[in-house]
Write a protein that binds this ligand. Structure first.
Ligand SMILES: [Mg+2]
Length: 149
């Protein structure tokens, strides 16, 4: 069912995964969990809030293949960033995965209404995080067709 060679090939065409999260420990855990799933460390970039996320997109010539977006961040939170990204002609095709500690029904409904492509609640154990990143990368970077810049 799962083709390792196809996965490696697809991963090579991924530009990078952009993760917006203000928690440095979470950044590190997400990076480790992605690397454990064969994502090249050079293909993971981090920003600390929604403001930095938009700045990074504006100044980078190459767009990310996927964005992981935390909800609670200072300066500009995930929902505000989501609204701006989905309003933008340039960025709205990039799949956005809300990746948050929240499991509130209100947040889930709001985020889908604002155009998120998926909503995932951060698991509490590292083991489950690795599993989440496996499912996420297999779905978004292998099964689903996305724009690979
Ligand atoms: Mg946060």
């Amino acid at each position: 069912m799962f083709d390792d060679k196809l996965f490696t090939k697809k991963l090579r065409s991924v530009s990078y995964i952009l993760v917006a999260d203000d928690d440095l420990d979470d950044q590190e855990l997400i990076r480790d969990a992605l690397v454990e799933n064969n994502v090249d460390e050079n293909k993971i970039q981090f920003v600390d809030d929604g403001m930095q996320l938009l700045e990074s997109l504006d100044k980078n010539k190459i767009l990310p293949s996927l964005i992981l977006l935390d909800l609670n961040m200072p300066r500009k939170g995930g929902k505000e960033a989501l609204v701006e990204l989905k309003k933008s002609e340039l960025y709205r095709h990039i799949p956005i995965i809300i990746f948050t500690t929240s499991d509130s029904e209100i947040d889930i409904k709001q985020c889908y209404s604002l155009g998120t492509n998926a909503f995932m609640t951060k698991p509490s154990s590292y083991y489950d995080l690795v599993d989440s990143m496996k499912i996420l990368t297999q779905y978004w970077l292998v099964q689903a067709r996305i724009v690979l810049d």
